[in-house]
Design a protein around this ligand. Structure first.
Ligand code: ADP
Ligand code: TRP
Length: 322
């Protein structure tokens, strides 16, 4: 059975780009594989230096995943820092990672270009991610397109280790869903916490209605035909959030003329709110039971450790530390 692993960084509140790009595929896969999912709290340290926020986001993300359908009976779910050996493996891998490989990382280049002052952790981020993946003998990594390069770097590092020290690590492959590879944000760029253009999965009703109704459109009147209807952000989001025939109908009416932007946005909000209704109720239940959530993470860490200990021992022996 292939082992599937993915992580999500607690650096903010999760949005529907995270949901369609990473969570939903991962949750679908938990039934058919050996699923390992974790909260990447060490990764969050590269850009977030507020302890209360880190704790809050970590707990929030645990609630989000469980509410959206992660089943702890099927998937192993833990907090990255509960298995600190991942830092040990980061060191082993880092000594075989060429500087040039890290210098070419898009995410590092993007973040520094945006003015984030780079620290060693941010530069080493792909090596920590490689350690996350390799420590659990992972075969498949479901991620959004923006993480593809990181998984490719992981493959390079695994191959280099295996060539240098003998067959030690499984070489993993990314799993990227083309239809939702990039969920657009409210401004048309990729939806991302760092661009302030997100639709939160579990936003508060009034604020979310305001956000969606505030979507900026062009000045064409409602009667005008819109031959570029498929490019409209509300239509693109509706294709994810509404049944296919409903989204197609809105697109056709927008294209033909006669559907106003206000009505389109109202419909989008209604479908967004419905789409997550069941998960919202589940999340409220879980939020009232923090001990249960903590127990899920602790049990998950114990199960994850059983694999990590074996792989780490193999790696230490391979490179002559033991
Ligand atoms: P953000 O860009 O908001 O900081 P992360 O980098 O923490 O998001 O991404 C967490 C996961 O969600 C990754 O697997 C990533 O590929 C996926 N993801 C994030 N934004 C999107 C998006 N707009 N479309 C599709 N997948 C996304
Ligand atoms: N870097 C990923 C992101 O920002 C999160 C992550 C950390 C991850 N370790 C991972 C994803 C291992 C997949 C596998 O989205």
């Amino acid at each position: 059975m292939p082992r599937i692993l993915t992580g999500i960084t607690p650096s903010g509140t999760l949005h529907i780009g995270n949901y369609f790009g990473a969570m939903r595929p991962a949750i679908e896969l938990q039934a058919g594989g050996d699923a390992y999912y974790f909260i990447a709290d060490y990764h969050s340290m590269t850009s977030l230096h507020d302890p209360a926020k880190r704790r809050g986001y970590t707990h929030g993300i645990a609630l989000d995943w469980l509410a959206c359908g992660l089943d702890p009976a099927k998937a192993v779910f833990w907090r990255q820092s509960d298995i600190p050996e991942v830092c040990e493996l980061t060191w082993l891998l880092g000594t075989l990672t060429p500087m040039g490989l890290l210098e070419r990382a898009h995410s590092y280049k993007d973040k520094t270009a945006k003015g984030l002052s780079p620290n060693f952790g941010l530069f080493a981020y792909p090596v920590l991610m490689a350690a996350d993946i390799l420590l659990f003998d992972t075969h498949i990594v479901p991620v959004g397109r923006d993480q593809k390069q990181h998984v490719e770097m992981t493959r390079d590092i695994a191959v280099k280790f295996n060539l240098t020290y003998g067959e030690t690590f499984v070489v993993p492959a990314p799993d990227i869903r083309d239809e939702v590879a990039v969920v657009p944000g409210l401004d048309g760029q990729k939806m991302s916490k760092s661009y302030g253009n997100t639709v939160e999965i579990f936003g508060e009703e009034k604020a979310m209605r305001k956000k969606i109704m505030g979507l900026v459109m062009d000045s064409r009147t409602s009667q005008e035909p819109k031959p570029d209807a498929e490019k409209n952000i509300a239509i693109q989001l509706m294709k994810l959030l509404a049944p296919a025939d409903v989204a197609a109908d809105h697109e056709a009416r927008l294209r033909a003329g006669g559907l106003g932007y206000g009505d389109l946005k109202k419909a989008l909000f209604a479908h967004y709110w419905d789409f997550f209704a069941a998960a919202r109720a589940k999340r409220a239940e879980l939020a009232a039971n923090p001990d249960f959530v903590e127990k899920v993470l602790r049990d998950g860490a114990e199960r994850a450790r059983a694999v990590a200990d074996q792989v780490m021992a193999r790696a230490r022996t391979a490179c002559g530390l033991r």
